[in-house]
Design a protein around this ligand. Structure first.
Ligand code: 1CP
Length: 341
């Protein structure tokens, strides 16, 4: 299939596609037995990310099983801090740990990230050869604020307090960290695009904890700078933004950044998104991930409502956040059937 005919790319150009294309955040993951098997074989989570053959395999698993319209590169937003020289490891059953930073003096320059990230570009290259011709390949990175919250706290935090504290106590140092992430992310995504990523997505998972002027300066501006730099190098590559929890500030986010599509989380009202966002850019989302757990009886009603609300404009079907490890793969098959019906 010609790239221009791929459903996801059509939507990202502003077309309405019926039925809408579908993929799921975290579609490669622990709810799939084949993922758990490959993960066990890899050893650690980071080994899985850096082993090109295994990262390719887990990216392809949900495509083989379900036939999603897009595949998302298997990697993690915390590989960039690692490439910038920060120590990163995963505690079993607990999640990521980093040696916290409070400034950029211990970090490498943005042009030095490729040494660590080269295997990721190799995985992208392999995937662009092995994916079915109708499947779109999505590359990604974390947005600067979200990445900074992990770099500064050294772990995931419910309220991102350490990062907020540094922003308040030493804004100059805080912004040096943000600037380094912006520059590194441009390098990282640019190489993913050269290697074959057809779309890139910026995950700002903790955007919701930034209020007022902080939202403008720390969420919108850094995302906007990345979009601008990528556009000047790769004008044809569409970009999806995901300011999770941003609520009505999503309008300012979409307008200022100039992204092609905004991903919305499950707390957002779909009618509101249709009326306020879909005239600015395409919309992706926002089925509640908890509907994928259990019997799946409520799926039909919710899918119908979302498609009736957002399906008359540029729309990509997805969840409002990642699918969880306790989700039932049978519900994913059912979901795809309902969306494509
Ligand atoms: O043991 C395992 O298998 C680890 C679970 C896991 C997985 C499957 C982690 C650790 N990362 C990933 C892959 C991943 N992470 C992808 C791959 C592609 C896909 O979607 O299928 C992507 C896009 C991410 C992005 C990511 N990592 C985000 C942004 C999206 C989101 O979920 O909000 C964040 C915040 C992370 C950090 C991270 N990595 C892993 C975990 C458990 C976390 C969250 C930690 C925390 O906040 O406590």
């Amino acid at each position: 299939m010609e790239a221009t005919d791929k459903k996801l790319l059509k939507v990202l150009r502003g077309e309405t596609v019926t039925p809408p294309p579908i993929w799921l955040m975290r579609q490669a993951g622990r709810y799939l037995p084949e993922y758990k098997e490959t993960r066990a074989h890899a050893g650690g989570f980071l080994d899985l990310c850096y082993r090109q053959d295994l990262a390719e395999e887990v990216t392809l698993q949900p495509i083989r099983r379900f036939g999603f319209d897009a595949a998302i590169l298997f990697a993690d937003i915390l590989l960039l801090p690692q490439a910038l020289g920060q120590k990163l490891w995963f505690e079993t059953g607990e999640g990521p740990r980093l040696e916290p930073v409070t400034d950029t003096n211990t970090l490498k320059g943005a042009d030095e990230v490729h040494e660590v990230l080269n295997p990721i570009y190799e995985t992208v290259k392999r995937l662009s050869g092995s994916l079915p011709s109708e499947t779109t390949l999505i590359g990604f990175a974390g947005a600067p604020w979200t990445v900074a919250t992990y770099m500064i706290a050294g772990r995931g935090t419910p309220d991102q307090k350490p990062a907020h504290d540094l922003l308040a106590s030493n804004p100059a140092a805080f912004h040096r960290i943000i600037d380094r992430i912006v520059e590194g992310t441009v390098e990282y995504l640019s190489k993913q695009i050269v290697a074959g990523a057809e779309v890139v997505k910026l995950f700002d998972s903790w955007a919701g904890s930034l209020k007022g002027a902080d939202f403008d300066k720390v969420c919108i501006e850094p995302n906007q700078r990345i979009v601008e730099a990528l556009r000047s190098r790769h004008p044809d590559t569409p970009i999806i933004g995901f300011p999770r929890g941003a609520g009505d500030r999503s309008v300012d986010f979409a307008k200022a950044t100039g992204i092609n599509c905004i991903a919305i989380d499950q707390s957002m009202n779909a009618e509101w998104a249709r009326d306020n966002l879909q005239s600015i850019c395409a919309v992706q989302g926002n089925l509640d991930p908890t509907l994928m757990v259990g019997t799946g009886d409520a799926l039909e009603k919710h899918v119908e409502k979302l498609i009736n609300t957002l399906g008359d404009g540029p729309y990509i079907f997805n969840l409002g956040h990642g699918i969880t490890p306790d989700a039932d793969p049978n519900n994913v098959s059912k979901l795809i059937e309902l969306v494509r019906k």
